[in-house]
Design a binder for this molecule. Structure first.
Ligand code: AMP
Ligand code: ZN
Length: 459
């Protein structure tokens, strides 16, 4: 097994990865809050954790990855303020909270497929683990970490030593819980204390998602689900926890306090965080309406894997400023790369020299931009042997379908146009069908008619 170095937010250093159990890795990635379409910002973080998982697997580790689904408890601010995101969306769309969560979770999984992000071993949902969350709060209560007000059960952060270990903030700077907002609780002891269990009182009195608990009727806070579900599926102490960098200061800090408070043990060995996808320098965010979804990109004629390629060109700890021009250039590069790989003769050999350079890059805190460069250099090297098999092996990490000549994903918009054209042909509306063919051509696709219907090809 090769040495893998990864950057640990806890130590702010690159460290050699040492698993708790030989050849196995337990990995938890904070999952989506399923109240609206996932943005390409969210997906940048999941592409990062997917690459991490693939690099570990490349190095022969068996990875057990869990990604949770937040379908209750995440308020419009991470700091326990505002309304529940799912309930708010349900009201707006005139649906039940479950319908909202199911709908957006399905879209999320479809995006995973389009982006070649491997599915986790399990997708536990917060609403299906209420019992586990209550049990954990009961333990914290017994150990004296909690207190109750008329509005909620809180975690008292002053009782937990090293609360700011991960964020390295000064407590007095961390005044997130004190902003004026709908959910203000004057009985809170410390501004940073966070909710473990909300009571369905006050502005939550009509909250549809509610459960009985020994503390009172209500629903769990956002942070407790990740402690309860990660420990249920990966054990009290596991290897790697990932998320976007916005989770360092509140969510992950609180997860550590809850889990270590309850078990008295170290919770996670390596905390890894992906930098933001920005647009004109600002974080791409769902709550601000998101920027682009994968569907939006398809509507503009892009292949989702071009977005994956774009993400791979920047190191996961560096911000990536998105633009359609950059995406277009990634699409072109990906196509050229794929054409080069597919036109290589397969001599059945592996090129050890290039593969070693590739391995050194991926094992050095996932230096994928460098690894991609190694692949390009291999393909450009006229004398190199083993190009096809080596590229195939590298693609097990990159996940770009480089050797699958036939597999180009056709954007939904193009398929829709092609179907419309087919209908026009059946109705013998040749003028309209010709116009549609031209439109499809302008997006860079051609259409061939055959006895079964039609075949779309990339030009
Ligand atoms: P959410 O669905 O908002 O709970 O977020 C799901 C994941 O996406 C979390 O790990 C966030 O940190 C991450 N995330 C949200 N916005 C961005 C962004 N603009 N760039 C990168 N990651 C993001
Ligand atoms: Zn989480």
């Amino acid at each position: 097994m090769n040495k893998i170095k990864i950057y640990n937010t806890l130590s702010r250093k690159k460290e050699v990865f040492k698993p708790i159990h030989k050849n196995q890795v337990g990995m938890y990635s904070c999952g989506p809050t399923v109240y609206s379409y996932p943005t390409i910002g969210n997906h940048r973080t999941y592409i990062f954790s997917d690459i991490l998982k693939r690099v570990l697997e490349y190095n022969n580790y068996k990875v057990k990855q869990i990604i949770n689904v937040t379908d209750v408890g995440h308020l419009t601010s991470d700091a326990d303020e505002g309304e529940d995101k799912i309930e708010k969306a349900a009201m707006k769309e005139g649906k039940s909270a479950k319908e909202i969560a199911d709908f957006y979770f399905k879209i999320f999984r479809e995006d995973f497929e389009k982006l070649n992000i491997l599915s986790p071993e399990k997708w536990p949902r917060a609403t299906e683990h209420i019992k586990e969350q209550i049990e954990l709060i009961k333990i914290l209560e017994k150990k004296g970490y909690t207190y109750k007000t008329g509005k909620a059960v809180y975690f008292d952060i002053s009782k937990f030593k090293n609360y700011t270990n991960l964020s390295r903030q000064k407590l007095e700077d961390k005044n997130v819980g004190v902003r004026e907002n709908v959910f203000v609780d004057k009985e809170k002891r410390n501004p940073q204390d966070f909710v473990l269990w909300f009571f369905t009182v006050g502005h939550f009195k009509d909250h549809a998602l509610r459960w009985n608990s020994p503390f009172g009727i209500g629903f769990p806070g956002w942070h407790i689900e990740c402690s309860a579900m990660s420990m249920k599926y990966l054990g009290k102490h596991f290897d790697i926890h990932t998320g976007g960098q916005d989770h360092i200061q509140i969510h992950h800090t609180n997860e550590i306090a809850q889990s270590e408070g309850a078990t008295g043990k170290k919770f996670v060995n390596y905390w890894m965080h992906g930098a933001f996808l920005t647009y004109h320098g600002e974080k791409v965010s769902k709550s601000k309406g998101g920027l682009y979804t994968i569907f939006d990109l398809e509507e503009r004629g892009f292949q989702p894997l071009s977005f994956r390629y774009l993400c791979l060109t920047t190191h996961y700890r560096k911000p990536l400023d998105f633009s359609l021009e950059k995406l277009k250039s990634s699409e072109n590069s990906l196509e050229r790369l794929k054409n080069k790989v597919c036109s290589c003769m397969d001599d059945g050999k592996i090129n050890r020299k290039y593969l070693l350079d590739f391995e050194n890059a991926i094992n050095n805190d996932l230096n994928i931009p460098k690894a991609l460069q190694v692949l390009w250099n291999l393909l450009r090297d006229e004398k190199a042997e083993g190009k096809f098999q080596t590229a195939k092996k590298m693609d097990s990490v990159l996940g770009l379908d480089l050797t699958e000549k036939e597999k180009i994903s056709i954007p939904e918009k193009i398929t829709k146009l092609a179907k419309e054209r087919q209908k026009m042909r059946e109705e013998k509306n040749w003028k309209k069908s010709d116009e549609l063919r031209k439109k499809i051509n302008n997006f860079g696709y051609t259409i061939e008619d055959n006895e079964k219907g039609f075949l779309i090809k990339k030009k």
